[in-house]
Write a protein that binds this ligand. Structure first.
Ligand code: NAD
Ligand code: GLY
Length: 360
């Protein structure tokens, strides 16, 4: 097992990455305030993993309440969030009860937001079960639901007390979801870790074949990158925005296509190609760099072209981005492969041209 620390002072927490962690209630017990938990999961992950976690906790003397949400990005909304509150109230959960999110990024983001709000804040643990959630969404305390006009627009920064990434759970993950997670893995290489980028290029086939050692390395290295960024800039006043490479374009794809049509990681991959194209047009990276990113995404079985939503619609959705400041869109672009920057000076025409060039 590998363990990392997210260094946030008195809110610091551990990320454990390994096999068989779901059954290890002993790792969870020290993080509980009382012997009571409420597990939030969904109707895909619940049948696979809920009983394992529940019985490990109950055997350790912990009282367990559960809620099983409908699966999917289309349910990352107020109505579904309210089902968590319904359960917490009906079961008379207290402020000291610990909420455990068991699932992918959708369950983690909604569970975390519910924990931030219920009685103004209850302890919270992340047990991510997708590659995307293990390398990204479970770490760093961003929690949210979607609004019809924009992704993750309603939410809170609220850190978990523990992240348990059980690699065994990835055995049941569909191939398409594995690829979506790889988009965020590749992101860390592109924004700040060129050595890792080269490692991914060399080991991509092993990752796609779900080789445990390769996955463990990629998850740990990704979490290490994320933990460093979050520790330096928890609430995204600066550097943390770099974690959003491809996301401004990608969120427009997700919202424009209807939540759940494109997976988040797929939209990030196509969005990163738009960011790479704009970086090339600004003279920062070369054609061969764009081709290198494209080849890696293609090998990872990810889309490298955005859907033809129409440039105007892209720009409309992008104007709701959380990085907009005083009406100005700030984008994460590539100064080099392995070095991202935030750039607020691209013109509408330059952005539109990059979108146009990467749609098919
Ligand atoms: P997801 O939660 O929808 O999970 C993908 C699919 O896999 C779902 O159908 C899910 O039920 C299923 N699943 C989960 N674990 C499984 C398993 N072990 N075996 C079989 N099926 C399994 O999607 P995701 O890709 O995990 O997360 C995407 C979400 O995360 C988006 O809403 C995105 O906005 C959010 N996100 C948040 C952050 C953050 O920092 N908070 C970062 C990146 C992404
Ligand atoms: N996924 C972006 C962030 O956590 O900041």
């Amino acid at each position: 097992m590998h363990s990392l620390n997210v260094a946030l002072g008195d809110r610091a927490y551990a990320i454990h990455i390994g096999r068989g962690l779901l059954e290890q209630a002993g790792r969870i017990l020290p993080c509980l305030k009382t012997q009571r938990v409420a597990i939030v999961t969904n109707d895909v992950v619940g049948p696979l993993y809920l009983e394992r976690l529940r019985s490990a906790l109950e055997n350790a003397g912990v009282a367990v309440s559960t809620v099983v949400l409908p699966d999917g990005e289309a349910h990352k909304d107020w109505q579904t969030l309210n089902r968590i509150f319904d359960m917490l109230l009906a079961e008379r959960c207290e402020r000291s009860t610990t909420l455990i999110a068991l699932g992918g990024g959708v369950v983690g983001d909604m569970g975390g937001f519910a924990a931030a709000c219920y009685q103004r804040g209850m302890p919270f643990i992340q047990i991510p079960t997708t590659l995307l959630a293990q390398v990204d969404s479970s770490v760093g305390g961003k929690t949210a639901i979607n609004h019809p006009l924009g992704k993750n627009m309603i939410g809170a920064f609220y850190q978990p007390r523990l992240v348990l990434a059980d690699i065994d759970t990835l055995d049941t993950l569909p191939d398409r979801e594995l690829s979506a997670g790889l988009a965020e893995v590749i992101k860390y290489g592109l924004i700040r870790d060129p050595e890792f980028l080269a490692w991914i290029e060399t080991h991509l086939d092993r990752l796609l074949a779900r080789d445990t050692a390769a996955l463990a390395f990629a998850i740990e290295r990704s979490c290490r990158n994320k933990a460093e960024v979050v520790a330096a800039d928890e609430t995204e006043q600066g550097e943390r925005a770099l974690l959003n490479l491809g996301h401004t374009f990608g969120h427009a794809i997700e919202t424009g296509m209807g939540y759940g049509q494109w997976l988040h990681g797929e939209a990030v991959a196509a969005g990163t190609m738009m960011a790479a194209e704009l970086s090339r047009a600004l003279g920062w990276i070369g054609k061969e760099d764009v081709a290198r990113v494209e080849a890696l995404f293609e090998r990872a079985r990810l889309p490298v072209w955005g859907p033809r939503l129409g440039v105007e619609r892209y720009l409309e959705f992008m104007s709701h981005d959380k990085k907009v400041e005083a009406g100005r869109l700030r984008l994460v672009l590539l100064r080099a492969l392995g070095r991202a920057v935030i750039h607020g000076d691209a013109t509408q025409g330059e952005i539109a041209a990059a979108i146009e060039a990467r749609c098919r």
